[in-house]
Design a protein. Structure first.
Length: 162
């Protein structure tokens, strides 16, 4: 999003949409990774996971407003205890739209940055309208007024002051 490349085959803008194939599972504490089995005993192998569920969803619909871990710049998913939330893609950016997602994560402060303009969706909602429209560029064309309208509507609905 920032420079049109990173861990992908082609440029970010060469892709029409960005999908996530996600897997949710429970860990099997009985499994031992170091145990060796004869082929004839293969049915006795304990898999390290069970109760596997999967989903396929557009990236922006399951994205949260925090990095995937504390020391990276990877995009994390939104917190939920319901698998259906991921499967249906009802994260905060699903309402805000792909352009707002791209804006949020393009301008999200780098991990090692000493100045962090925002680190949450609420702070972004307050920050975004204060930026000159000409400074907020994406790798693709977008409608600033439409993005701002969605941000302000989301802020009002979720009681976020801006």
């Amino acid at each position: 999003m920032r420079n049109n490349t990173k861990n992908i085959e082609y440029k970010y803008t060469d892709y029409l949409k960005h999908y996530i194939i996600g897997f949710i599972y429970k860990r099997n504490g009985q499994a031992q990774e170091s145990q060796i089995y004869d082929y004839s005993d293969r049915t006795k192998i304990q898999f390290p996971f069970y109760d596997v569920k999967y989903f396929i969803q557009e990236k922006y619909k399951i994205a949260g407003d925090k990095p995937g871990s504390g020391n990276t710049e990877n995009i994390g998913s939104f917190p939920t205890k319901k698998f259906s939330d991921l499967k249906q893609g009802i994260g905060p950016f699903s309402e805000l739209g792909a352009d707002v997602f791209d804006l949020y994560w393009k301008y999200y402060p780098k991990f090692r940055s000493s100045q962090k303009t925002y680190t949450s969706l609420g702070e972004f909602i307050e920050w975004f309208p204060t930026q000159p429209q000409t400074d907020l560029k994406l790798l693709h064309p977008y409608n600033y007024d439409s993005a701002l309208k969605r941000i302000l509507a989301y802020a009002q609905k979720n009681h976020i002051h801006n």
